[in-house]
Design a protein around this ligand. Sequence first.
Ligand code: ADP
Ligand code: MG
Length: 660
Amino acid sequence: MELQEIKGIGAKSLEVLNKLNIFTIDDLLTYYPYRYNIYNPIDLENASEMDVVTINVTIETTPKISYIRRNFNRLSFKALSHHLLINVVIFNRAYLYKNLDVGKNICLIGKYNKQKNTFVASELKLYWLLEPKIEPVYHTIKGVKKNQIIKYIENAIHLKEDIMDYIPLEYQKKYHFLSKADAIAILHNPKDFQSLKLAKLRSIYEEFFVFMLKINYLKNKNEHIIGIKKEYDQEKLDAFLASLPFELTTDQVKAVNECLTDLKSSKRMNRLIEGDVGSGKTIVAIIAMVANSFSGYQSALMAPTEILANQHYETLCKLVENFPIHIALLTGNLKKTKRQEILEKLKEGTIDILIGTHALISDDVTFKNLGLVITDEQHRFGVNQRGNLQNKGMLPDTIYMSATPIPRTYALTIYQDMDTSLIKTKPMGRKEIKTYVKKESELKSVLQSILEEIKLGHQIYVVAPAIMENEERNVHDVNNLKLSFDKAFNYKVKSEVLHGKINAREKEEIIKRFKTGETKILIATIVIEVGVDIKNATTMVIFNAEMFGLATLHQLRGRVGRNDLESTCFLISNYDIERLKVLEKSNDGFYISEQDFLMRKEGDLFGTRQSGDMVFKMADLRRDFKILLQTKEDSKCFLNDYRNLEKKYETLLSCVKNID
Ligand code: ADP
Ligand code: MG
């Protein structure tokens, strides 16, 4: 059944729902409230002034309206709360006037100021609330009202008889879970806390179960696979190593050796290269790919963004210039003929190394003999996408690179199936990035430092969370910042804007102009988080730093300090100063990620816009970690009994099938 078949959903609302990532009825049903408002009527005498409280009152006087200025009005009246006569004030709800007759019983939600005997209500209901009420709150966007979403979900619940349930029967019984249909109905319309808790528990378990099932499935699969022994000419590889423009660090040498040992062995390589931003993971990957091509096999390198793919391509072009290795770049925006040509050559085997974005995993891409697959910034890809690329080759070795330092316990769970190479030290000569948290009011001094850097011939990154002005969010956006910077520097310093909505070709041009030094200030959204490597940039200014996780900020500032120049990062924020100060004190990605983890939710740990399977709708990796461990065990048992997969559990099977 399709979304459109639900009463009330037309073409227009469908579009809006899609924007909320709702494409199917299941998506709609699992569009859970992000929190619940709890209204529990109390006696005003017990109210603390700090808290938002709910009270039942009777209106005593006819409301007065005063219009303070455009779009700002104030409604006031007296009301009786038990035996207390209080003043009630409500802002910007003049339209309620006609519903507020003297003698009417209403319910107010807001804060009470004892001294002034005034209750400022933020919300109001036109009846008395006699019992506690739990009200779901949903994220919405322009074009769809909260009540519409609730209506759609209600209609979907009524319609849908066979909601896919991914928890195997035996575990449903073991844990006495609610049925999925009941749980969903409760989550969207809870009657009491006890059943809400049970419904949440069930949904969390289910999400984790499916996730761990995929992980365990991949692990099992890998264990049963024997890889290819790659034999390459060591002399050739030595010649390549000798041609590198720098000496490898000790950790890089170690990581290279681990990769080469895996390549040569009959074990199938499944390795994670973990290292902080700027630690030099790319070269390790490149050496592995070169060795792989010397042994006669093709390699693929998949990057999460076009910018990064381009950059890897350019780096590689330079490094293999004098060696008989053919490389190609495959991204989403290639002309059809060019794309066709690359695909042909891949099939013939005349391309040794293919670099690209997720375009690499489209169905029409076939290799002659893919022997090694490398995924950069691996946390950005889902399990499914990873699996897909692996299966393009017969039994390719795989390397993942990640700069997101994941606290050990979590890594063990999520990457339990991988070997890891850790690159701890950074290339020699790197200086620590000096970081300062600054209030908006201190911007002037920041501009001063920027100007000094520019006079020295250096370049600046500016980062902001939004592309365009947005009334609701009230955060800095790149377009307005460009105007402000241009003005501040008297239009004498060339700046450019870069963000995800700019088309790929133009993006390339913008980066090129920044690379050549023509542009001095690059004002970007978080698109530059990974990969951009411009050595002459020495300063980064991040606006609304409070909006980002520490791990993300650390990754961002890794864009500067890419050579031996003194580099600085300014975090501009009026909020959350204590958390941000962690970055002033430390340059150690692992420490920072632990701190981030302690102070925030896990969402950020894996990047804010991660794709794939790490997005949980109900579960929270940190809060619910015990449940995750349980599902890890349960899914393992479930998989071990292979007969399970064959008959009884077609739905479950379908969710592991697409990672085949
Ligand atoms: P990341 O680990 O963040 O992906 P990169 O691989 O992009 O880091 O490396 C960061 C920069 O350091 C690149 O410009 C790269 O050329 C340089 N680099 C890597 N290894 C070394 C080294 N051993 N000595 C000097 N520079 C290096
Ligand atoms: Mg990298």
